[in-house]
Design a protein around this ligand. Structure first.
Ligand code: JCE
Length: 253
């Protein structure tokens, strides 16, 4: 997969891209991330990428021309299918489903802005507008890094053990089950016996039940879309009602 990133701060991506999993994906040739400075497509001595808003008001707006020129050049450089993603607070909320969809693409171009937002015409360049959540940030770089991290780890061959991406919380549509490592007892706190039993069927059943109980208590909204048997749905709704009645608290199960 190729990802082109366009930003006025391309260097902030470097340490994240060099980090273990994304670094290895690039070394193995599974992921090719190319960073571009939006200013390379700006004009004038100041290579300005922002300007005052028509109609007045405080704050600056990203100019359209540099983004249009950047996309013209990037599309010419890599003919073929290409998905253009604009990071913006008004985009669709990025989630695991969106990550899986993007991971199936051959070529992504991610556009990042700063200041008070984009000239409206820039949106016409995007196939997809994404936000990472409802909080105010200073620009699209951190959201773009979140997207690259979530998508990069889904590229086939990137994870050491293929099972783990599929097994993890959100791909079940549930939160992660409780996990433990050695020692079996630490400061009076023990690892549940079932995990030491060596009975893999019992362990799998326990984990599934714990994941369900935890999701029902902490993130009942996830249950709507989760892939559950009718029995599991029954159990989860019971757990959610106990929580409602105050018998389950955060962190306990
Ligand atoms: C961005 C800004 C709000 C005006 C370009 C923020 C935030 N949760 C979020 N996901 N994506 C963002 C994001 C993406 C691009 C830009 N800002 C700052 N935010 C209103 C300006 C500018």
């Amino acid at each position: 997969m190729r990802i082109d990133v366009v930003s006025i701060f391309p260097e902030v991506f470097r340490p994240v891209l060099a980090s273990s999993m994304l670094g290895i994906a690039q070394e193995r040739g599974l992921l090719d991330v190319r960073l571009h400075d939006l200013r390379d497509w700006a004009e004038g001595v100041h290579r300005q990428t922002d300007d005052y808003a028509y109609g007045g008001g405080p704050g600056m707006v990203m100019k359209p021309e540099p983004f249009f020129r950047a996309l013209r050049d990037l599309k010419a450089d890599a003919p073929g299918e290409c998905t253009v993603v604009l990071m913006t607070p008004q985009g669709r909320r990025f989630d695991q489903r969106a990550a899986e969809d993007l991971a199936s693409r051959e070529h992504l171009v991610i556009l990042c802005g700063r200041y008070e937002g984009f000239d409206e015409r820039i949106r016409s360049l995007a196939d997809l507008q994404l936000s990472i959540g409802d909080y105010v940030l200073t620009g699209g770089e951190l959201p773009a890094m979140v997207v690259i991290d979530a998508v990069g780890r889904l590229i086939p061959g990137v994870l050491g053990h293929e099972g783990s991406a599929a097994e993890e919380s959100f791909s079940w549509g549930l939160l992660e089950y409780p996990q433990y490592t050695r020692p079996a007892v630490w400061e009076g706190m023990s690892v549940p016996d079932v995990l030491l039993s060596g009975d893999h069927a019992r362990i799998a059943a326990w984990r599934r039940r714990e994941a369900l109980a935890r999701t029902a208590a902490l993130r009942p909204d996830l249950l709507d879309d989760a892939d559950l048997t009718p029995e599991e749905r029954e159990f989860a709704s019971g757990t959610a009602q106990e929580k409602e009645a105050g018998r389950l608290d955060e962190g306990e199960s």
